[in-house]
Structures are given as C-alpha cells and as structure tokens.
Design a protein around this ligand. Structure first.
Ligand code: HXC
Length: 260
C-alpha cells in the first residue's frame, strides 16, 4: 500500500512496521496514525504473519512523540479527537491477536513511549531514551501513557516519569521493567527478530490465547482472570497444535506446529 509515513515489510513469519518520518524524528501526526492503523489491519489479516515488530526509521529516534506542530493550534475538541485517534490505534496494537515487539532505538518520547507500551514487549538499544515530556509542553500524556505506564512499572515510578518529564536511559528502563532487555544499537533489529523467531516457533493458537489472557486479565479481578485462563486453556484442546505439541513431547521429537 502507498503510505507516506509507514513502511511494512514481511520476512518469513515476521512483519516489520517502521514509522518512517525520520526528518521529524518519526513524530506522530494524524496521517501517520491512520497509516499505522491500516498497516496493523494488514498484518492482522495476513495469515503468513505470526509476530510483528514495530520500530522507527533513522538512527536518532523510535518516535519523538506526537507531532507538536500539528497539536499547537488545536481546539480542545480537536485535541480530544487526536487523543482518541492515537488511543484507538494503540488499542488496536494491544488487541491484535499476534504478539507485537517494539524495537526502540534513540528517543521514545511522549506518544513514542506510549506506542512502545501498547506493544507486548520492548527491546531497547543501548542509546534508547524513554520519557513522557508532555508536562514540559503544558499538557498531559494523551495516548494512554497515564494508564499504561503505572500498569507496567507501578504508580510511584510512573508518577515520577510523568510528572517530571525527565528522560530515562535504556538501562534505567530495563531496571524498572519498561524494557525487556538492552542490546547494542547495531544489534537491535537482529535481537527483535531472534525474539520473534523464538515466539513464532511455538504453537500460535497458544501464543495468541496467552496474549489475550495477559491483556484481558490485567483489566479484570484475579478470579475472573483465572476463569478466562481456564477457558483459554480448554480452547487449546480444540487445536491441532495441542495434539502435535504433546505427541511430539511424548515421542521425543520436535513439534511441527500448524498454527491451527
Ligand atoms: C514535531 C518534532 C518532534 C515532535 C522532533 N521534531 N520532535 N516535530 N513533533 N514531537 C522535529 C524538530 O522540530 C526538528 O525539526 C527535527 O524533528 C529534529 O529535532 P531536533 O529537536 O532538532 O533534534 P535534537 O536537538 O537532537 O533533539 C531531539 C529531541 C527534541 C530531544 C527528541 O526534538 C525534542 O525534545 N522533541 C520533542 C519531544 C517531545 O516533547 N515529545 C512529546 C510530544 S507530546 P526541524 O524542522 O527543526 O529540523 C506527545 C503527546 C502525545 O507526544 C499525546 C497526544 C494526544
């Protein structure tokens, strides 16, 4: 598809979605958000894709935030529409029935940090810098940063990041659980592809139900979450993958999953 600000490449069972506005450090304007939404729809409907990687073009940034030049003159109602647009696109990533890995190099600020948090996992290059600098612009976070960051790192640490606007290093992001791991910048995409391949080699019915149980469960009390998990577990027993996985184990061979 002919997008201006998004690249989508599929290699084997992994799709790489790249935010491609490097001259504006990949800042998210409405057009980029809409194109990102279409790219996610495309990978959702592609049966060849098991895992998605989201990254940013250029050396300097994953995404340096929502586009400040677009936001500056917004009316309050336009600002709410813009916040809702970003929230809906990021919800689409969180609800996508395939795992999504953020590969973060350079700046992941504001809407960029929020985009990374809508993904299931974050791998950080050693030059990554995360932050929610919105308060320095006189605004709150608007693409669900006030909601996802406390769920990921806890209320106290999230409050400090959201209320000071300070940037944190890749190492600090790793220490607080925001980044799963830190790798040399030159190895970032390889590390993300390796992680994607490890996930893609497993039974995809189970991987997708696991994503769903984690995501749904975080929005439920633990009793309902456990009931959801038991149903997800039961649903696996309708799949060829469950039969293949257990048969392979008992016959001391590698499983050959069909994803069905
Ligand atoms: C629009 C941006 C941008 C942004 C960078 N650029 N970030 N344009 N929106 N968020 C543009 C710059 O204007 C500049 O364009 C070019 O990218 C390169 O950036 P520089 O500032 O020259 O680079 P550098 O000096 O290296 O500084 C990098 C930086 C800085 C520290 C990341 O660009 C920065 O502070 N950016 C803003 C970060 C931020 O506040 N993000 C949160 C936005 S609010 P020109 O044309 O001059 O070359 C947000 C809210 C989300 O995300 C919720 C909305 C509802």
């Amino acid at each position: 598809m002919g997008w201006n600000n998004i690249l989508l490449e599929t290699e084997g069972n992994t799709a790489v979605v790249t935010i491609n506005r490097p001259r504006a450090l990949n800042a998210l304007n409405s057009e980029t958000l809409q194109e990102l939404s279409q790219a996610i729809d495309q990978v959702a409907g592609d049966p060849a894709v098991s895992v998605v990687i989201v990254t940013g073009a250029g050396e300097k940034a994953f995404v340096a935030g929502a586009d400040i030049s677009q936001m500056k003159e917004m009316s309050p109602l336009e600002a709410r529409e813009f916040a809702r647009l970003g929230q809906q696109v990021f919800d689409k990533i969180e609800n996508l029935a395939k795992p999504v890995i953020a590969a973060v190099k350079g700046f992941a600020l504001g809407g960029g940090c929020e985009l990374s948090m809508a993904c299931d996992m974050r791998i950080a290059a050693d030059n990554a810098r995360f932050g929610q600098p919105e308060v320095g612009l006189g605004i709150t976070a608007g693409f669900a940063g006030t909601q996802r960051l406390p769920r990921l790192v806890g209320k106290g640490v999230a409050s400090e990041i959201l209320m000071t606007g300070d940037m944190i290093s890749a190492e600090e992001a790793h220490r607080i659980g925001l980044a799963n791991k830190v790798v040399p910048a030159a190895d970032l995409l390889k590390a993300a592809r390796d992680l994607a391949a490890r996930i893609a080699s497993k039974g995809q019915v189970a991987v997708r139900l696991t994503k769903s149980a984690i995501h749904q469960g975080l929005n439920m009390d633990i009793e309902r979450g456990q009931a959801f998990e038991a149903d997800a577990f039961a649903l696996c027993f309708t799949s060829a993958d469950q039969k293949e996985g257990m048969d392979a184990f008992l016959n001391k061979r590698k499983p050959n999953f069909s994803g069905k």
